[in-house]
Design a protein around this ligand. Structure first.
Ligand code: NG6
Ligand code: CA
Length: 518
């Protein structure tokens, strides 16, 4: 009996939710993907310390999810899973990518953007990419059209940062070409050697006049900020960190205006609130939390501009607007921005344990707001267990796209939880990826044993959640390992996680079956 239940849980038949979404006529989809925004970092999640009126309005007009998870506790693997519908642990080379990484998702891979395009949508990615560009790592010619861009993964338009704001190259790339090129100052990038005569943090830390580094971020100094990696040239094409939110938000608004009369999918991946936290001057001095709080305000401003653009285009009612994050919060992520000193009583992780990088809950359990006025009643909340890996199949269900048999192996149709008119049934289980893997079911969490240190050792000094022994947590309490008290439960969850890791295509079949049954 246990064996049968176990098999059916893994294949998704227990999790199988009825596709009770009343699809509109191809609603637009805008996915705002914040960076490092914690579960507790928005007013609507109960924080009195942050000013987020636009996110709060989104919650009031839509659905607030309390049990939604990024696939991983860092950016690259979460974005990989979001766009492919496949957990990143299934593919090598999906850890946090450098700015000269080759494209991590191969062009043949079926993506979220491919799916939306197959349903007749025009698609765009604007903002942080962090999934590699070009065919060969370290060999890109940044001054020529790149061979390996979001266009190869289903995006009709792209205006992106290659990796993160703290990694070179510090330039925007538009449709595979350097944006605003400065031919007199061609861009060169290296993650192995500094360029002669260029400001270098290790040699001259005092040249980082805007922000000092607390750990790492000690290679090229660009705009008075130490970065990861070395860069030469760029001239006028180099971004000003204070203007990143304005640049990407302006492109997002322009995209919405230009495509107001046709179905569109906009993946708007903000730089906020990732380090270096360098919000525009107009937000400075506005938050008691300092730069981290001001970066949250800037993120909220971007959310507000998108909502205004949808309102002005008259398409807000028929647009699914999602705001979520790629991983949990972090305080000191390598710069002296006083985030720790000014934190006060603010709890970016809510009542959970963990941070970005951690397999404890707050590493991946993130805010998720979904507004779809045509279907989702205003002001609803759900505690459904949910994962962003499911967005591919869930949106496919909404827009009526057929996901190919071998695509998106981990994505399930969880559209009732994300987009349904009721509170929505959640997943029977999800996997969380930090420096080890965890399996979460309602009421239980199993963390696979690992020799990774319990505290992340390379500078950030946060709990990794790892232990050399199996960990079992009950009812959300991640302070007491109850594996010894519940050996059968521990063993069952271990076997379940092992078989999920081992079974590549099982959940894809689950997704298709659920969709086909509609
Ligand atoms: C770390 C960086 C951190 C951040 C992170 C990726 C150092 C010392 N720290 O290596 O600042 O960039 O990578 O963050 O280099 S993520 O949100 O994009 O995954
Ligand atoms: Ca992140």
């Amino acid at each position: 009996m246990m064996r049968r239940l176990f098999a059916s849980i893994v294949t998704g038949t227990v999790a199988a939710a009825t596709c009770a979404v009343v699809a509109g006529e191809h609603p637009n989809v805008v996915l705002i993907y914040a960076d490092d925004l914690g579960w507790g970092d928005l007013g609507c999640y109960g924080s009195p310390d942050v000013l987020t009126p636009n996110a709060d309005r989104l919650a009031a007009e839509g659905r607030l999810m309390t049990g939604a998870h990024a696939a991983a506790a860092t950016s690259t693997p979460s974005r990989f899973a979001l766009l492919t519908g496949m957990y990143a642990f299934r593919q090598d080379g999906t850890d946090v990518a450098n700015g000269d990484a080759a494209m991590i998702i191969s062009p043949e891979t079926y993506t979220l953007a491919d799916m939306m395009r197959s349903a007749g949508y025009v698609t765009a990615v604007i903002g942080k990419w962090h999934l590699g560009l070009g065919r060969e790592s370290g060999r890109q010619d940044w001054n020529a059209p790149l061979d390996g861009t979001p266009a190869d993964l289903g995006f009709d338009y792209s205006y992106i940062m290659a990796a993160t704001a703290d990694r070179v190259p510090c330039i925007f790339i538009e449709d595979g070409m350097i944006a605003n090129p400065d031919p007199e100052h061609p861009v060169e990038v290296s993650y192995t050697h500094p360029f002669d005569g260029e400001p270098d943090y290790r040699a001259n830390p005092g040249l980082a006049y805007k922000q000092q580094s607390s750990h790492g971020h000690d290679n090229s100094i660009i705009n008075g900020i130490g970065r990861i990696g070395y860069m030469k040239g760029g001239g006028a094409s180099i971004w000003r960190d204070e203007d990143i939110a304005d640049s990407i938000t302006a492109r997002a608004v322009r995209f919405i205006e230009a495509h107001r009369h046709e179905p569109f999918f906009l993946y708007f991946a903000t730089n906020d609130i990732h380090v270096p936290r360098m919000p525009h001057e107009r937000f400075r001095g506005k938050s008691p939390l300092g730069l981290r709080g001001e970066a949250i305000m800037q993120l909220d401003w971007s959310v507000g501009r998108i909502m205004q653009a949808l309102d002005e285009a008259g398409i807000a009612d028929d647009t699914i607007l999602i705001l979520t994050s790629d991983n949990g919060p972090v305080i000191d992520d390598g710069y002296c921005d006083r985030a720790a000193e000014l934190l006060g009583s603010h709890r970016p992780w809510g009542a959970m344990r963990g941070t970005k990088y951690s397999v404890f809950e707050a590493g991946t359990c993130v805010p998720a707001l979904v507004r779809w006025p045509a279907v989702i009643p205003a002001g609803t909340r759900t505690d459904a267990l949910a994962t962003q890996v499911d967005l591919l199949c869930s949106l496919a269900s909404v827009v009526g796209a057929a996901v190919p048999a071998d695509a998106a192996p981990d994505s399930r149709d969880s559209s009732p939880a994300w987009f349904g008119s009721g509170t929505g049934e959640g997943r029977a289980w999800i996997v969380e990826q930090g420096y080890t893997l965890a399996l979460v079911t309602p009421g239980w969490k199993y963390v696979a044993p690992s020799h990774y240190p319990g505290v992340v050792p390379w500078g950030v000094a946060v709990p990794s959640g790892c232990d050399t022994v199996p960990q079992l947590f009950k009812d959300g309490d991640e302070t007491r390992n109850v594996a010894r008290q519940y050996p059968a439960q521990t063993e069952t969850m271990k076997l379940m996680l092992d078989s999920i890791v081992g079974l590549r295509h099982v959940s894809s079949a689950g997704c298709r079956r659920e969709c086909d049954e509609r």
